[in-house]
Design a protein around this ligand. Sequence first.
Ligand SMILES: C[S@@+](CC[C@H](N)C(=O)[O-])C[C@H]1O[C@@H](n2cnc3c(N)ncnc32)[C@H](O)[C@@H]1O
Length: 310
Amino acid sequence: MTQEPHIPVLLKEVLGYLDCRSGGLFIDGTFGAGGYTRAMLNANPGVHVIGFDRDPNTLGTAHQMMTDFNGRFTFIHDCFGNMAQHVHNQVDGIVLDLGVSSMQIDQPERGFSFRSEGPLDMRMAQRGISAQEVVNGFPEQEIAHILFRYGEEKASYRIAAAVVQARQKAPITTTVQLADIIHRVMPRPKDGSDSAMRSFQALRIFVNDELGELERALTASIDLLKPSGRLVVVSFHSLEDRLVKNFLIHHSALRPHNNRHAMTEMTAEPILFEVLTKKPIVAGEEELACNPRAHSAKLRAARRRQEAMS
Ligand SMILES: C[S@@+](CC[C@H](N)C(=O)[O-])C[C@H]1O[C@@H](n2cnc3c(N)ncnc32)[C@H](O)[C@@H]1O
C-alpha cells in the first residue's frame, strides 16, 4: 500500500491561536510527522519547540528535525500526559493534535484500521496491552463496557457476546477477523459508515488510555503555561472534545457562577483560562477537499490568565 504523507490539520488556525510569530518556547505534545513543529519553527527564528511522541516510529523524523533546527528543537519520546515530568520551565504555548496519524492508520501492521488486514495491535507506543489481548482475554462484561464507554456503541453487549463466542473457537488475531465478527451481528449503518468503526475506536482509546492522557495533559497545562500562554487542542471525536470543552468551562468565566445562592466550591476556584473559541473551529471547504482527516477535527483554544477569583 502506498502511504500518503500526514497532512497537518487546521495548521493555519493552530499557528494563529498559538501566536508564535514573536518567538517563545512551545510544546508540541503530538509530534507525529512534525507538521506543526516545523511550521512553528519556521514562523520565527526565536521559536523553540519541545516535541513529544510515544510512537518510536517518529524518532527518525524527530532526529532529522533536531539537525535541521540546530538547538531549537528538543524531542522527548514519551507520552504527553507526562509532560510536567520533563519540562521544568513555563512555556508560551502547548498544542495537542489528538489521535493517530495517517502513517499509523495506513500501516496495516499497526492494526488500527478495520479496512486492511493486520495484527490486532493498536498500540501507539508499541508496548503495553494490545487490542488482541483485550478481545481474547477480557471478560465479556468488561469488553461490553469498553465498547460502550469509549465507542458510545449502543450494541456493545451484542458485539461483546459475538466476540466471546468467536474466541471460544479460535483466538481473534487480526483486524479483519474482528471486523467480520462485528459485521455478522450488526446491520450496515444507514449513513454509509462501517459498523465496526465504533468498536475499533473504543479499543484504540482503551489500549492507549487516550482520555487519561488528555486529562493529565490538560491538568499539567495549568502550571506549565506562562500567564498569557496558549493552549490549543485539536480533537477528532466527541469524547475528547467534550473533555476539553468541560475542562475549559470549569476553569474559565464560562462556568455557571452568576447565581450567588449557589456559591459552591467550584465557583470559589480561580479563573485560570480565557476561552478564545466560544465554538470549536472546524475546517473550511478548501481544507476538507484535500484532507479527509479534517472532517471530524475540532479546535479549541484558550489563554492562561493571571490567577483571579470569579
Ligand atoms: C494526529 S498525529 C499528529 C500529527 C502532527 N500534528 C503533524 O503535523 O505531523 C498524532 C500523533 O500523536 C501521537 N500521540 C497520540 N497520543 C499521544 C500521547 N498520549 N503521548 C504522546 N504522543 C501521542 C501519535 O503517536 C501520533 O504520532
